[in-house]
Design a protein around this ligand. Structure first.
Ligand code: AP5
Length: 217
């Protein structure tokens, strides 16, 4: 049965950083809703144009658009044996839709790490974040700097700072997380799938905690 892992946590907690490392380690696909939206945005697709305003304001893109985008992605062959989901689901309606779409392929969400980080650290992480244009590889000017400033170590593409990492937008995203996404903590707790991971530690330590928790599943 294909197993799916939902990485949950506030914006800037390190979901993307950890999801990439764990996906590489376990040889699973990494599905990031934010990365898919950003790729659509830079390619100026209809979906990208529709999502842009919501993203720049720090709001969630409407459920119907997001669910259908993820359904398309999960139907790709590389997700057939399971995947790590980062940034999706983010509302109870998305979580219920995910359960239904996975069940259609005899899959299920088996593990939900909640990466917890206090708000003061989140602000520091987001304002120091640099992302690569080609594939969304993530760096931090202080905690995870690239070898050469402004250039991705992995693919040589340009590093940029995200439009939604401005202080006032980050604050809005944290509010949206509390109101719309935090209810998923109770949803997955009730199913016995949620494990809280201390995301305030160093990147390698967070990875070790995640892999240890995953090994028990
Ligand atoms: P999305 O891209 O998903 O943003 P997010 O969930 O807000 O998460 P981030 O990407 O900001 O942070 P992260 O937790 O991945 O942290 P990272 O690893 O980068 O979504 C963006 C927007 O798209 C949304 O606002 C919404 O509009 C839309 N959207 C996306 N999904 C949607 C959905 N399902 N429904 C509706 N709308 C949706 O780390 C942050 C920084 O910290 C980096 O610089 C990193 O190097 C550094 N760092 C990471 N870990 C550590 C550590 N342990 N120690 C020190 N530094 C660290």
């Amino acid at each position: 049965m294909p197993n799916y892992y939902v990485f949950l946590g506030p914006p800037g907690a390190g979901k993307g950083t950890q999801a990439k490392i764990v996906a590489d380690t376990l040889q699973l696909s990494h599905v990031s809703s934010g990365d898919i939206f950003r790729a659509n945005l830079s390619n100026q697709t209809e979906l990208g144009k529709l999502a842009q305003g919501y993203m720049n304001r720090g709001e969630l893109v409407p459920d119907d658009l997001t669910i259908s985008m993820i359904r398309d992605r999960l139907q790709k062959p590389d997700c057939g044996k399971g995947a790590i989901l980062d940034g999706f689901p983010r509302t109870p309606a998305q979580a219920e839709a995910l359960d239904i779409m996975l069940r259609e392929n005899a899959g299920e969400v088996v593990f939900v790490p909640l990466i917890s980080v206090p708000n003061n650290l989140i602000l520091e992480r987001m304002t120091g974040r640099w992302s690569c244009r080609a594939a969304g590889h993530v760096y931090h000017s202080k905690y995870n700097p690239p070898k050469q400033a402004g250039v991705c170590d992995l693919d040589g593409s340009e590093l940029y700072q995200r439009e939604d990492d401005k202080l006032e937008t980050v604050q809005k995203r944290l509010d949206v997380y509390e109101k719309q996404t935090a209810p998923l903590i109770a949803y997955y707790s009730a199913q016995g799938k949620l494990v809280e991971i201390d995301g305030s530690l160093e990147i390698t330590q967070v990875t070790a905690s995640l892999l240890q928790a995953l090994a028990g599943k």
